[in-house]
Design a protein around this ligand. Structure first.
Ligand code: DOR
Ligand code: ZN
Ligand code: ZN
Length: 380
């Protein structure tokens, strides 16, 4: 088959190391199948699902059930397992067993790990198994209302939110643990400038640290909460313009090596609750590439090649994904997109549409996604 790609950019299929497909347990928000459709529509051919499903992915039977169903989808779906049983931060999972059944990484994403000694021993095990451990960094003891930065906007709303120190204090701790353990440690969805500085400092000292930035953290600030309400509520929260620019600087100088969406679907009814009661998180798979082009490439922060590195090879290498090891002659994964086309997100393949970017003017439109040599999405 000949595909006319005139005027389009051809890139490796995108990789998202941080998605929530809600399956099992919250399939009114997303399923493995609808998540896979949303991924393909966004140009993604490999995704890593987080473990905060219900039940959580802390045992072989949940893991193998997900992987068996994921294997029937058109894209490559990987699964991270929990660090602790039921994400309670107390009892360790059997990391070796879960890895042998296909877990591609370990994370308690959604619920930060509070016990440093517990986390350190998990890092030592991760090091031994040569598998990344990914961390949601927010110390709950600092937080009253999660999902909203504690600062000017929360003051205006008359609430106490989640201050950036909640993130920075855990990032500092975990940079030290990473340096000491030698494990591949991923700081997930980094949102504060001081966190970026910490990662930069500890990388320079030799820690095997990695960091993810989300499209919303490099595009929006806390002001978005005033405009979009609960559609701008997520953990960690959107912060100040200074933080946003520091995240961009981290992407520019390589401190932040991965762009990941934290695709977190929630239903319309759930997001319609009052701001402090609505769940945190926004969808991201179908707008991620366009936000990278619109917020990073067009203003001249990154070249298109640098953006694509953070959305393909860097994450594929870190998680040892097959997408990073395709050899000549093997069926490969591609995305075809028009980097110049201006478009407006207005409908989604995801079951949920909880994104503040609906109606925005974005640049960069995915035209076709090919996974394992098969066309898995065509525009229109
Ligand atoms: O905003 C968030 N939503 N942050 C998380 O860490 C979890 C996620 C979710 O599962 O909804
Ligand atoms: Zn998280
Ligand atoms: Zn997440």
């Amino acid at each position: 088959q000949v595909i006319d790609a005139a005027g389009l950019t051809v890139a490796p299929g995108l990789v998202d190391t941080h998605v929530h497909f809600r399956d099992p347990g919250f399939t009114h928000k997303e399923t493995i199948h609808t998540g896979a459709l949303a991924a393909a529509r966004g140009g993604f051919t490999s995704v890593i699902c987080m473990a905060n499903t219900s039940p959580t992915v802390d045992n072989v039977s949940v893991l193998t059930d997900i992987l068996a169903r994921a294997g029937k989808e058109d894209i490559r779906i990987y699964q991270a397992a929990c660090v602790s049983r039921s994400l309670k931060g107390q009892e360790p999972v059997d990391m070796e067993e879960l890895k042998s059944y296909g877990a591609c990484g370990f994370t308690d994403d959604g619920i930060p790990i509070r016990d440093a000694a517990f986390l350190y021993s998990a890092m030592e095990k991760a090091k031994e198994l040569n598998v990344p451990i990914s961390l949601h960094e927010e110390d709950p003891s600092f937080i009253k209302n999660n999902g909203i930065n504690h600062g000017n906007v929360s003051d205006e709303l008359g609430i106490y939110g989640s201050p950036s120190i909640a993130e920075e204090s855990l990032v500092a701790r975990d940079c030290l643990l990473a340096l000491r353990s030698g494990a591949d440690v991923v700081i997930q969805h980094i949102s504060s400038g001081r966190s970026v500085n910490l990662v930069r400092m500890f990388k320079a000292q030799g820690a095997s640290l990695h960091a993810e930035a989300t499209p919303h953290h490099f595009t929006l600030t806390e002001d978005a909460v005033l405009k979009y309400g609960s559609l701008a509520k997520m953990n960690p929260p959107l912060r100040t313009e200074e933080d946003r620019l520091a995240v961009i600087q981290g992407l520019v100088d390589g401190t932040i090596d991965i762009i990941a969406t934290d695709h977190a679907p929630h239903s319309k009814e759930e997001k319609a609750r009052p701001l402090t009661a609505a769940p945190s998180g926004i969808t991201g798979l179908e707008t991620s590439l366009a936000l990278g082009i619109t917020s990073l490439v067009r203003p001249g922060h990154l070249t298109l090649m640098q953006l694509l590195e953070k959305m393909t090879v860097n994450p594929a290498k870190l998680y040892h994904l097959p997408a990073g090891k395709i050899k000549e002659g093997e069926a490969a994964d591609f995305v075809l997109f028009d980097p110049e086309e201006c478009w407006t997100p207005d409908e989604y393949a995801s079951m949920s549409c909880n994104t503040p970017f609906t109606g925005w003017k974005l640049y960069g439109k995915v035209k076709m996604t090919i996974c394992r040599g098969k066309i898995v999405y065509t525009e229109g």
